[in-house]
Design a binder for this molecule. Structure first.
Ligand code: SAM
Length: 306
């Protein structure tokens, strides 16, 4: 009897098909600095980066160098959880190459906002895609992680497009919404300057209000619903908001008692409900058009309609 699962044209891509896409389409065009940043991120996370085999063995392994790229293991749909550099104890899937490639494709306007930078792989991918006068406001609490990626951003000669802001994203977004001027360099301007952070000292947030073409959110999944209300006030009508990791290692499709689900770390299933609720919110939000791309760990796109 024919396999009915083959009768539809929707494919969650992993295993050899994903390898094919990456090897034949994505890797040949990956910018040299992205390649190097990927390698350094893996090295720096070292043994604190773990692999999650979400669908088969239910085991966590030490990183074997697969950060930001797929394992050849066909069952390892989503591969790396790196928490070594992050202040949060929650293991957080890093952006995947195929997901980041989509971000680059989406990034064609001039004003964008990025919440959750880490070492900056997806930041670099989006910034490379911008015209020379494009600007990215990048927000992350973790300066150390950003500094890991900064040399590659500099070698790629795109740091002049990036405004990195360290404080908590909620306060920054509130500032943006309320049109408050804030200093980007906080209390350690000299240190930042020596390190070559090429951003203006102050940003007049009022001018930025509602002017972002593209907003990428990759922070704690528990916060996505709260972020949505805020970023909706900041993205322009017609602009796009992208939320990363919205398939959350595939856990969204399983019940807690499902055999396939039982090996996942506590932190994953703790956040799973937030990801599911987030999607319920998005699909009922008539202010946006939305789709969930089954790339990487899931990428939800929203286009603001009004
Ligand atoms: C998964 S990582 C982002 C990965 C990144 N997109 C990349 O390309 O490597 C999540 C990041 O969000 C940051 N983060 C989480 N909550 C935040 C918040 N409320 N404000 C600012 N940064 C936050 C963490 O510090 C962490 O570096």
């Amino acid at each position: 009897m024919a396999d009915s699962s083959l009768n539809h044209k929707s494919l969650i891509v992993h295993g050899p098909v994903l390898e094919y896409i990456l090897e034949k389409n994505a890797y040949p065009r990956e910018h040299q600095q992205l390649k190097e940043l990927r390698a350094v991120t893996t090295e720096k996370c070292g043994k604190r980066a773990i692999l999650i085999d979400a669908f088969k063995d239910h085991e966590c392994q030490e990183d074997d160098g697969n950060l930001l790229r797929p394992t050849p293991h066909p069952q390892r749909l989503f591969r790396v959880v790196a928490h070594g550099l992050q202040p949060s104890p929650t293991p957080t899937p890093s952006p995947t190459f195929d997901g980041s490639q989509h971000l680059g494709s989406l990034a064609t306007g001039v004003g964008r906002n990025k919440i959750g930078v880490f070492t900056g792989y997806s930041l670099l991918a989006t910034t490379l895609a911008l015209p020379d006068d494009g600007q990215v406001t990048a927000i992350d609490l973790d300066k150390e992680a950003y500094e890991t990626g900064l040399p590659f951003i500099q070698k790629a000669r795109v740091e002049h497009k990036i405004n990195f802001i360290q404080p908590d994203a909620f306060s920054v977004l509130d500032g943006l919404i309320n049109g408050v001027s804030i200093s980007l360099t906080r209390d350690n301007d000299d240190e930042f300057e020596q390190k070559g952070y090429g951003f203006p000292r102050m940003i007049r947030l009022q001018e930025e209000n509602s002017s972002f073409d593209f907003i990428f959110v990759d922070a704690e999944k528990e916060d996505y619903m709260k972020f949505h209300e805020k970023v909706m006030k900041l993205v322009r009508i017609g602009g796009i908001i992208a939320y990363d990791n919205t398939l959350w290692l595939g856990s969204v499709a399983y019940g807690q008692d499902d055999e396939k689900y039982s090996g996942m770390p506590e932190s994953i299933w703790k956040s799973k409900d937030f990801v599911v609720q987030f999607h319920e919110l998005i699909v009922s939000d008539h202010r946006v058009e939305t789709c969930l791309l089954s790339v990487g760990d899931g990428l939800t796109l929203c286009r603001r309609l009004y």
